[in-house]
Design a protein around this ligand. Sequence first.
Ligand code: HEC
Length: 97
Amino acid sequence: MRARLIGGAALAALLTAPAAAEDFGGLPEGEGQEEVFYNCSYCHSLRTVTAQHLSRSRWGRILDEMVQVQGMPELEEDTRAAIHDYLVEHFGFEGED
Ligand code: HEC
């Protein structure tokens, strides 16, 4: 069988695909961005996460709830910490809990 050259359009698609993945669903850049993207976007939209503005303790409760109620696999301790810090920094809430 003769190898076929990849057409220009297909090649362009191949080259731009990784760039789309690096966008991490449009999450704000920062430490923990990648962890949130990979751990929080396969059951529901990232909008479910980014629509919230919660205190540190409420984000902690959400993370527990995802594991205990929604069936998310338990996160490694440092992954959970990175996600928790990221959520508080970018989707936090300063005020009464
Ligand atoms: C195993 C599937 C699963 C994973 C993984 C998951 N969630 Fe959820 N999550 C759900 C379900 C189911 C709901 C409730 C229905 C809905 O809103 O889609 C939910 C709802 C939510 C809500 C809305 C408020 C609430 O309490 O219902 C937030 C905020 C949330 N998830 C955050 C996260 C974050 C942050 C992560 C990553 C650390 C995550 N989820 C990962 C399944 C999951």
